[in-house]
Ligand binder design. Structure first.
Ligand SMILES: Nc1ncnc2c1ncn2[C@@H]1O[C@H](COP(=O)(O)OP(=O)(O)OP(=O)(O)O)[C@@H](O)[C@H]1O
Ligand SMILES: Cc1ncc(COP(=O)(O)O)c(N)n1
Length: 273
């Protein structure tokens, strides 16, 4: 029988298929990792924005965790949209009970359309309960600012946010993503010892819906496959760059990224800024 790595995503949904659970499962499948999901919130959204969402009852979220863990223990777990402090505390407890070794924390707060996906009080909970459990946290710039309570205006500020998350908040490593920065799309990984820069040219496209989810899902799949963090992030950056640079003609607004982009890299990418 064939052995295959298994990955679990704990997140909200996107019926239009671009972000959240749907983006994560597509990514796991594309990479060849067996994908599983615990749904925290059902979100009505598409490429034009978020309309509304409903949080699932806590007992029911717990029951999904139990269904996965009692049957198919994952090699790595990713969390995305955890909209309130209770579901964060539950996720922290379940990860500890299951002794999860590889955990990627994508601290989803606001959709790229500008719609808040978590409550104010939930931010503190991320810092206290989830950061110390994570192998890596993957904030974009507004999320890094909210988590560290600092303004991020320069590359040095990005690095300082990474340092604060590791040294003051106890996360193992922080990947500060530069998608919302000007210039090149550069991300900085700090693991408590060194800063690594992951560079990509910035493409002139609006098709980035779910890019943060997809990037973190590739990293999760890499960890599930036993890759060291640096290599998992390197592969994630290559996948997401290809997914953004070869856009699909899907969606009336900010369309989804292209999960086959890495297979199409010979195709002329969209214009460089
Ligand atoms: N226009 C672009 N061209 C190239 N790379 C990009 C572009 N926009 C974002 N990226 C890259 O995509 C990844 C996701 O970055 P970003 O900072 O946008 O995260 P995010 O805000 O969580 O994503 P999302 O769009 O899902 O909210 C990063 O590696 C970032 O550098
Ligand atoms: C369920 C869910 N999780 C995460 C995001 C963030 O993705 P994006 O910022 O690209 O909209 C989202 N829109 N929906």
């Amino acid at each position: 029988m064939t052995e295959i790595a298994k990955a679990l995503t704990v997140a909200g949904t996107d019926p239009s298929g671009g972000a959240g659970i749907q983006a994560d499962l597509k990514t796991f499948q594309e990479i060849g990792v067996y994908g599983m999901s615990v749904i925290t919130s059902v979100v009505s959204q598409n490429s034009l924005g978020v309309k509304s969402f409903v949080d699932l009852e806590l007992d029911f979220v717990e029951s999904q965790f139990d269904a996965v863990f009692e049957d198919i223990p994952p090699n790595a777990v990713k969390s995305g949209m955890l909209s309130n402090p209770n579901v964060m505390a539950l996720t922290a407890r379940k990860l500890k009970e299951a002794n999860v070794a590889n955990y990627v924390l994508d601290p989803v707060m606001i959709a790229s359309s500008g719609h808040a996906l978590i409550s104010e009080t939930a931010r503190e909970k991320i810092a206290k309960e989830l950061l110390p459990l994570a192998t890596v946290v993957t904030p974009n710039l507004p999320e890094a600012e909210a988590l560290t309570n600092r303004e991020i205006k320069t590359i040095d500020d990005m690095k300082e946010a990474g340092r604060v998350l590791v040294e003051d908040y106890g996360v193992n490593a922080a990947l500060i993503k530069g998608g919302h920065y000007e210039g090149e799309a550069d991300d900085y990984l700090y693991d408590g010892q060194t800063f690594e820069k992951f560079s990509a040219e910035r493409f002139d496209t609006k098709h980035t819906h779910g890019s943060g989810c997809t990037y973190a899902a590739v990293i999760t799949a890499g960890l599930a496959n036993g890759k060291p963090l640096y290599k998992a992030v390197k592969d994630g950056k290559a996948y997401i760059t290809a997914a953004i640079s070869n856009p699909l003609n899907i969606g009336k607004g900010q369309g989804p990224t292209n999960h086959w982009g890495h297979r199409w890299s010979e195709v002329q990418p969209t214009t460089k800024v």
